[in-house]
Design a binder for this molecule. Structure first.
Ligand code: NDP
Length: 475
C-alpha cells in the first residue's frame, strides 16, 4: 500500500528527473553494480567456507558432544585425521531424501495452491493478496500471503501425529539430521544455480536484473530481484519463509522430543528455547505482509546468499541451542530461567514495537499516532531507473527517534536470551549471538550505504536528527 501511495504522490507532483538535486546517484539504489575487492574476497570466503562451517558445527555435536575445540585439538595432535571424521559422518540416505522431498513438496503445495483464509476469520491478521514495495525498476509486485496458514496446518499435523496418529517418531528430524543436511545442500545449490540461469535466459523482469560481470558476485548476491515461476510462485518469499522458518519450530520440537526420549524429561532450558524462538517464528508469519517491506524482500536480489542461506544456514545454525541441549540437558535455576525469559521478552517487545512503528507510519503515510503523538519525520525523495521521482518519509519519533536501528537492538537481546539458556560450558550455543551481531552490524552499514545513495542529502538530515545507530548515547 505504501508503495502505491508513493507512486500516486509521484504522479500528482510529476517532477522531472533533472529537478532532483542528488542527480544520478539516486538511480543507483539497490544492490551494487560494481564489485570492490573486499566484497569479492568476502564472497569467495563465504562460498568456500560457509558450507564447511555448517558441517563443522553439526559434526561437532554428532561426534564431539558439541565441543568446537576438541575436533581441532585431535586433528592438530594427530590423534585423528580428517578422513576419520568424514568416515564417521552419516551419508545421504534414501530415507532422508524421501523425508526432505515430501517436506519441500508439502510446503510448495501449501504456498502455491492454498490461498489464505486465515485473514477472513482471525481479527487483525493481514493475509491474502498484498503488494510489495516499489522495485528499482518501478514495479509493484503482488504476493499471496499465506505463511501463517502454512505454519498452522504444518504444526497441527505435527501434533496430531505426535499425540494421535503416530505415523512417524517426533524425533525424526534429530534422528536424520546429518543426512537431511546433504538434502538441504542439494536444494540450496540447485535453486541458486537455477536462479542464476534464469536471470540470464528468462528473467521475470529484465529491468530489475543486475549483472556486475563478476560470476561469483552475481551467483552469490543474485541477478534477478524477484524471480518467479508463473504469476505467484515467488522464490524470495517461498525460500525466505518456508521451508526454513516453518521448519525452525518443528526442529526445536524434535529436539525436545529427543530429550524426553533420552532423559525421560524436557528441561526448562529446552522449553525456554522452544517458547522464545516459537514467539519469534510466529511473529514472522503473523507479520508476513509487513515482511514484504523489509530489506530481504525489498532490496536483496535472489542468489546463493538467500537460496542456500535459507535452505541450509538458517535451519541448521539458528537451531543450535536446541541441538546443544539434547547433548547437554541444562536445568536452569528459577531465577536464571526467569531472568532469561524477561530478557527474551523485552528484546522481542523492542523488536516488534520498533518494526510496528515504522510499518504503521509508512502504511498511513505519517497519519497515525506514535506514543500518543503525531509522528515527526523528514521528507525525502528518490528516483527509480526510469527517472520517475518518488517521495517518502523517514520517521524521527518513537523508537526511531532513539536510534536508527533499534529493531536490531531488540533482536540482539532476544538472540542473547536463546544462547544464555545453554549455560556457559561450551562456545557452540553462543555462535548465534556472535553471528547475529555480525549480520545486523553489516546490515546497518549496508542499509545506510543504500539509503544514503537513495536519498542523498535528505539522508544526511535524517542522520543528524537521529545520530545513533543501535544504542542511544553510545553506538
Ligand atoms: P528495517 O526494517 O530496519 O528496514 C530498513 C529500511 O527501512 C530502510 O532501508 C528504509 O527503507 C526504511 N527506513 C529506515 N529508517 C526509517 C525511518 N526512520 N522511518 C521510516 N523508514 C525507515 O531493516 P531489516 O529489513 O533489515 O529488518 C527487519 C527486521 O528483521 C529487523 O527487526 C531485524 O532485526 C530482523 N531481521 C532478522 C534476521 C534474522 O536472521 N533473524 C535477518 C534480518 C533481519 P526505504 O528505502 O523504504 O526508506
Amino acid at each position: 500500500m505504501a508503495a502505491h501511495h508513493e507512486k500516486k504522490n509521484s504522479e500528482e507532483r510529476n517532477h522531472k528527473s533533472t529537478q532532483n538535486d542528488t542527480g544520478m546517484s539516486q538511480v543507483q539504489w539497490g544492490r551494487a553494480w560494481e564489485v570492490d575487492w573486499f566484497s569479492l574476497a568476502s564472497i569467495l570466503f563465504l562460498l568456500m567456507f560457509a558450507p564447511l562451517i555448517v558441517y563443522y558445527f553439526i559434526m561437532s555435536c554428532d561426534q564431539y558432544q558439541c565441543s568446537l575445540t576438541d575436533p581441532l585439538i585431535d586433528l592438530l595432535m594427530g590423534k585423528e585425521h580428517l578422513s576419520d571424521i568424514w568416515n564417521r559422518t552419516p551419508p545421504l540416505t534414501y530415507k532422508a531424501a524421501g523425508i526432505y522431498t515430501l517436506w519441500v513438496a508439502f510446503q510448495v503445495v501449501l504456498y502455491a495452491f492454498l490461498p489464505d483464509i486465515c485473514h477472513k476469520f482471525i481479527p487483525g491478521y493481514v493475509g491474502g493478496v498484498q503488494e510489495g514495495a516499489v522495485t528499482p525498476a518501478g514495479v509493484v509486485n503482488k504476493y499471496e500471503i499465506n505463511g501463517l496458514q502454512a505454519w498452522l496446518i504444518t504444526h497441527m499435523l505435527w501434533f496430531a501425529n505426535t499425540f494421535y496418529f503416530h505415523w512417524f517418531s517426533p524425533t525424526i528430524i534429530f534422528d536424520n539430521w546429518i543426512p537431511l543436511l546433504w538434502c538441504a545442500n542439494i536444494l540450496g545449490y540447485a535453486v541458486s544455480t537455477f536462479a542464476m540461469i534464469k536471470g540470464y535466459f528468462f528473467p521475470t523482469n529484465a529491468k530489475d536484473c543486475k549483472f556486475t560481470g563478476n560470476f561469483f558476485y552475481d551467483y552469490m548476491m543474485g541477478i534477478e530481484f524477484n524471480p518467479r515461476v508463473g504469476k505467484w510462485f515467488d522464490f524470495k518469499l517461498f525460500f525466505n519463509g518456508r521451508p526454513g522458518i516453518v521448519a525452525w519450530t518443528l526442529i526445536n520440537l524434535s529436539y525436545a522430543a529427543k530429550q524426553q526420549e533420552l532423559y525421560g524429561q524436557v528441561t526448562n532450558s529446552m522449553i525456554l528455547v522452544n517458547v522464545l524462538q516459537g514467539i519469534y517464528v510466529l511473529d514472522f508469519f503473523w507479520n508476513e505482509a509487513w515482511y514484504l517491506k523489509t530489506i530481504d524482500i525489498c532490496h536483496d536480489h535472489f542468489g546463493w546468499y538467500l537460496g542456500w542461506g535459507d535452505c541450509v544456514w538458517l535451519p541448521y545454525l539458528y537451531t543450535l541451542q536446541g541441538l546443544y541441549l539434547v547433548y547437554h540437558p541444562v536445568q536452569l535455576g528459577t531465577a536464571n530461567a526467569l531472568g532469561i525469559l524477561v530478557l527474551g521478552l523485552i528484546g522481542y517487545y523492542i523488536f516488534r514495537e520498533t518494526n510496528h512503528q515504522k510499518d504503521l507510519f509508512r502504511r498511513t503515510d505519517g497519519n497515525c499516532k506514535i506514543w500518543g503523538k503525531k509522528p515527526e519525520y523528514i521528507e525525502c525523495s528518490y528516483m527509480s531507473v526510469d527517472g520517475t521521482k518518488y517521495y517518502s518519509k523517514l520517521m524521527t519519533s518513537g523508537f526511531w527517534g532513539w536510534a536508527r536501528h533499534f529493531n536490531y537492538t531488540g533482536d540482539l537481546m532476544g538472540s542473547l536470551a536463546y544462547c544464555l539458556t545453554c549455560g556457559f560450558e561450551h562456545l557452540l550455543p553462543y555462535f548465534y549471538i556472535v553471528y547475529m551481531t555480525i549480520l545486523l552490524t553489516h546490515r546497518c552499514l549496508r542499509d545506510e550505504h543504500r539509503c544514503s545513495s537513495k536519498y542523498g542529502k535528505d539522508w544526511k538530515c535524517y542522520t543528524s536528527a537521529v545520530p545513533y545507530r543501535l544504542l542511544p548515547g553510545l553506538l
